[in-house]
Design a protein around this ligand. Sequence first.
Ligand SMILES: [Zn+2]
Length: 270
Amino acid sequence: MEAANGPVVIENEAGTAPIVLVVDHASNRIPEPWGTLGLDADARQAHIAWDPGALPLARQMSDLLDAPLVRATVSRLVLDLNRPLTSRTLIPAVSEATTIPGNRDIADADRALRIRTVYEPYHAALAALVDRHVAACQARGQANVAVCAIHTFTPVYLGKVRALEVGVLFDRDDRLGAGMLARLKREPGLLVEVNQPYSPADEVYFTLDRHAVSRGLLNVMIEVRNDELREPVQHRRWAKLLCEAIMEAMGLRPAAPLVDSGPEPIRRTP
Ligand SMILES: [Zn+2]
C-alpha cells in the first residue's frame, strides 16, 4: 500500500481540474528510526499526531473535482511539513498539552535526518507536481490554477470547546477564499469563519505560501472540525459542499451534477 518509507504519495495525478489538493497532515505514521517518539498508542492516534478525517475528505474532493491529491505519509510529530524550517514548532517538544519525549533535546543529526528524509522530499515532490499540473492545465487552456490545503481541527483545544465547523483561511490573496466564503455563508446553519481557528499569522500558511502564493496561483486553506468527519457519509457531505464552494469561486462548472457518491469509492492504488 504505502510506498516504501517515502514521505509523500500523489493520487489522481492525471486529474483534469485546475486544482491541486494538499494534505500535509494526512497520516499519523511514525517511521523508523523514530519508534513511538515515547508516546502511548492513544497519543499517537490523537489529533496532535495528524488531522483525523482530512484524507478521506480530500479523497472525496479529488473524486468529485477530478483533481490531483498530494498527501504526506508521516506524522506531524516527526516534523510538521506545514512550517518553515525556522519555526519553533517544526519538531514540537510539546503539542497542545502532551510532551513528546522523542522530540526533547534532539540531536542536530536527528533534526537533519528528519529534514533530509521527510521535509525535503515532500516539498520537492509537491513542487514538481504543481509544476507539472500547471503546465498540463495551461496546455488545456485553463488559465487559473488553485492549490487547496485540507486540514482538520479538534473540537476541544486546551479544554476550550470550539463551536466553529469550518474555517476558510487565506492571506492577502482572497480571490479563492472570499468566493468560497460567500458560498458557505449561504449554507443554512453552517458555522463558518475566516481565518479561524488559525490564521496565516500562526505560520499555518507555509505550504501554500511556498507552493501557490510564490507562483501567483489561487490558494486557500480549509479547516473542518474533525468530529464532523468521523463517518463516510460525513466525508461525502462535506466534500460536496466544499467542492461546490471551490467551483463557484473559480467559475467552474461540474462535468456532472455533484452528488453524494453512495458507498465509498474503491481507492486507486497509489
Ligand atoms: Zn493540519
